[in-house]
Write a protein that binds this ligand. Structure first.
Ligand SMILES: [Zn+2]
Length: 452
C-alpha cells in the first residue's frame, strides 16, 4: 500500500541556522516525511498533497539540539541531597531509589525526561542506563519510542560496585544481558540499542572487553565514562596506566564506535590515543563544575582532531537538561581556565554540539545536526518575537549562546514529527507528562520514607 506522504512547511522564520557557521534570514523549511527537502527564501510547498503549514515569523529555526550524554531517569531525584558529597549522595538517594522504582516508574520518568528535553529544544540523546536502572531497560526504550525521541540507549554492565554490592552480577550474566538487549531492540531507526558500562570502577576489564565485543558483533555503539574524576585517574594509575583512556585502549575498548563521557583527567598522550582510534568524547561542562570533577582539555582535543560533543550528564548531577545553557557553560569554562576569551567561540561550542553530537549519536554530520536538503528533519524553533531577553539580535549564534535559553523553545520536531508545540506534546499529551511528575514525586517520597 502506498504511504501517504506527510509534509510540514515551516514558513518564513526570521532566522534559519543551517549549521554553526551559516544562517539565512526570512527563510522557510519544507519537510517531507522524515527529511528536509527544501530550505530557502521564497520556497513554497508542493501543491499535490496535504501540508501542515506552521507560521514561523518571529522565530529562529535551528538544528535540533543533540545531548550526547545523559542519564534521563535520574530526574526523579533532582534537587535531592545537594549538600552531600558524591558518595554520600549516591548512597542516600541514587542507589536506594533506583533500586526501588518499578518498570512503570521508569517508563513515567522517561516520558517526563523526554518532555523536559523537548521543551528545551533537544531532539536526540545518548542515554546511559547505569546500576539498577539497567534492569528496567525495556520500559525506558519503550518510553523513548512512544514519544518518538531519537536516542541511543546504552545498557550498563556491573561486576563490581563502590556503593552497593547487591547490584553486581556475574560476568556471564552481564554478557548474556548485553546480547539479549541488542537482540531484542535492534532495528528501530530512531531508538538504537547500545552497550554502556559505567566504567572501570563498576566493571572488570575482561567483562568490559567482552561486552564491547558484543556491541561490535551487533554493529552498535559503546558508551563509557573515562577519566571523569581524579579518583578514576588514580584507579588507572594503580593498575599501571597513565590514565583510563590508555587502560581502555589496552583493553580493546576504543574505536570509532566508542563514545567516551568526560575525559577530564586526560594526558596529551591519551589525547593522541583518542585521535588515533577515532573514539569520540562528550564534554559535560556543567556537571564537571557541579561535582567539582575538573576541566577537560577540550581545546587541546579539538586541536588534535578528536571529535568532541556536548552533554548535560544526568539531571541528578546537573539538575537541568538545557543544552543552550550547556553551550554557554562550555564556552565560558575554557575561557576562564585559559584566561583567553578567544579559546572557544560560541560557534565552536555550537559546532561541537551539532557536528560532534551527530557523530556521537552514530550519524554522519551531513545527515543530522544541520538544516539542509536531504538531512533528517530534527528542528527546533525558538521564540524571538515575544522574547525581550534575546533582543536585539545582531548575530543569531552569539545571541543564542550568550542570551538564549532552552526554555525559549516553541516548537520541536524530531524525524519530521512535531513532538512539542506551544507547551503541549502531541505524541503523549500534556496530561500524561503532568501525571508522570506526580507519580514520581509520590514514589520517591514513599521510597525515602522506607529507607529512613
Ligand atoms: Zn554520566
Amino acid at each position: 500500500m502506498e504511504q501517504l506522504m506527510t509534509s510540514l512547511f515551516l514558513d518564513n522564520a526570521d532566522y534559519v541556522l543551517l549549521d554553526a557557521d551559516n544562517y539565512l534570514e526570512n527563510a522557510s523549511v519544507l519537510i517531507q516525511d522524515s527529511r528536509i527537502t527544501a530550505v530557502g527564501a521564497g520556497i513554497s510547498p508542493p501543491g499535490n498533497h496535504a501540508v501542515e503549514w506552521i507560521d514561523c515569523q518571529g522565530m529562529m529555526l535551528l538544528p535540533g539540539l543533540i545531548n550526547a550524554h545523559n542519564h534521563v531517569v535520574e530526574l526523579v531525584i533532582r534537587g535531592l541531597g545537594k549538600d552531600l558529597n558524591t558518595e554520600e549522595w549516591m548512597k542516600a538517594y541514587v542507589y536506594p531509589i533506583n533500586k526501588g522504582l518499578s518498570d512503570e516508574d521508569y517508563y513515567a520518568a522517561t516520558l517526563l525526561g523526554c518532555a523536559d528535553m523537548l521543551r528545551n529544544g533537544s531532539t536526540s540523546v545518548a542515554d546511559l542506563l547505569p546500576n539498577y536502572v539497567r534492569f528496567h531497560a525495556g520500559p525506558i526504550v519503550q518510553g523513548f519510542q512512544d514519544v518518538g525521541f531519537r536516542a541511543g540507549v546504552a545498557l550498563a554492565a556491573a561486576t563490581r560496585s563502590l556503593i552497593d554490592e547487591k547490584e553486581v552480577r556475574a560476568p556471564e550474566e552481564e554478557i548474556r544481558r548485553a546480547r539479549d538487549f541488542l537482540g531484542r531492540w535492534q532495528g528501530d531507526g530512531l531508538v538504537r540499542a547500545w552497550i554502556g558500562p559505567s566504567g572501570f570502577h563498576a566493571c572488570d576489564p575482561q567483562t568490559l572487553r567482552a561486552v564491547k565485543e558484543v556491541a561490535s558483533e551487533h554493529h552498535t555503539r559503546f558508551h563509557i565514562h573515562l577519566n571523569e574524576t581524579r579518583f578514576q585517574l588514580n584507579l588507572a594509575q594503580e593498575n599501571g596506566y597513565v590514565g583510563q583512556i590508555a587502560w581502555a585502549a589496552d583493553s580493546g575498548l576504543l574505536d570509532q564506535d566508542t563514545l567516551v563521557a568526560h575525559a577530564v583527567w586526560t594526558s596529551p598522550e591519551e589525547i593522541d590515543l583518542l585521535a588515533e582510534t577515532g573514539a569520540q568524547v562528550v564534554h559535560n561542562a556543567t556537571s564537571n563544575q557541579i561535582l567539582a570533577s575538573g576541566i577537560a582539555p577540550v581545546p587541546e582535543m579539538l586541536q588534535a582532531g578528536v571529535v568532541v560533543a556536548l552533554g548535560s550528564d544526568g539531571p541528578g548531577s546537573n539538575d537541568s537538561m538545557d543544552m543552550v545553557a550547556e553551550l554557554k557553560a562550555a564556552t565560558l569554562l575554557h575561557r576562564v581556565h585559559t584566561l583567553n576569551p578567544d579559546v572557544l567561540s560560541a560557534r565552536d561550542s555550537l559546532r561541537m554540539l551539532l557536528v560532534g553530537g551527530a557523530q556521537a549519536l552514530g550519524y554522519e554530520p551531513t545527515e543530522l545536526g544541520r538544516i539542509a536538503s536531504g538531512a533528517l528533519a530534527d528542528i527546533t524553533a525558538i521564540d524571538l518575537h515575544n522574547n525581550p531577553s534575546i533582543n536585539p539580535i545582531h548575530d543569531p549564534v552569539s545571541s543564542l549562546v550568550f542570551s538564549g535559553s532552552g526554555r525559549d523553545t516553541r516548537l520541536t520536531i524530531v524525524n519530521g514529527k512535531v513532538l512539542f508545540r506551544d507547551g503541549d506534546y502531541p505524541t503523549i499529551g500534556r496530561d500524561r507528562v503532568i501525571a508522570a511528575a506526580r507519580q514520581l514525586k509520590r514514589r520517591v517520597a514513599e521510597l525515602t520514607r522506607e529507607a529512613a
